[in-house]
Design a protein. Structure first.
Length: 168
């Protein structure tokens, strides 16, 4: 219930690494990947947050048809970092969207063999433990958007806080 092993790391670089780790999957479907990622430093558990990104990107790839598009962007303000991941996939009904962060929930009977139904529940738990929020917007046939808000950010008058002993 407590998130340990927090460190400063490049969030934009981590998002790029997560997408690259899934390249065989998106390349096989000829997906267009668009990433607008300014340099952003994040303080958190690097390994656990990496799992969040690979899960969201993995689902986007799984539920986006051939020649579709996935995009990622980062917005930073004085208090928060917002990561937005969008796809042009099959989308979700309101009923499905309300349950996607529940353990073992799988929306489509035809896709039950493709996962455990734990990915988004785990992602939500990691984001909650990180002091952030995660939510989704979606419409059937129009794709999905995931919004992950993490504490941090920095204002013009307030540099990012470094943990004791950190260099930077």
């Amino acid at each position: 219930e407590i998130l340990s092993d927090k460190e400063l790391f490049s969030l934009d670089e981590q998002l790029r690494e997560a997408v690259l780790s899934l390249e065989p999957l998106w390349n096989a479907k000829n997906l267009d990947i668009d990433m607008e990622l300014p340099e952003v430093t994040c303080y958190g558990n690097r390994e656990l947050l990496y799992q969040v990104w690979t899960n969201i990107f993995g689902n986007a790839i799984k539920f986006t048809d051939r020649d579709g598009r996935i995009s990622a962007s980062i917005e930073e303000n004085k208090d928060n970092i917002l990561v937005i991941i969008r796809d042009t996939g099959i989308g979700m009904t309101e009923e499905v969207r309300r349950h996607i962060f529940e353990k073992f929930y799988q929306a489509e009977e035809s896709r039950h063999g493709e996962g455990s139904g734990l990915g988004l529940a785990l992602a939500k738990k990691i984001i909650d433990l990180s002091g952030g929020t995660i939510r989704a917007e979606s419409c059937p046939g129009r794709g999905s958007s995931f919004f992950v808000e993490l504490p941090g950010g920095r204002g013009r008058d307030r540099p990012i806080k470094h943990p004791a002993g950190a260099v930077g």
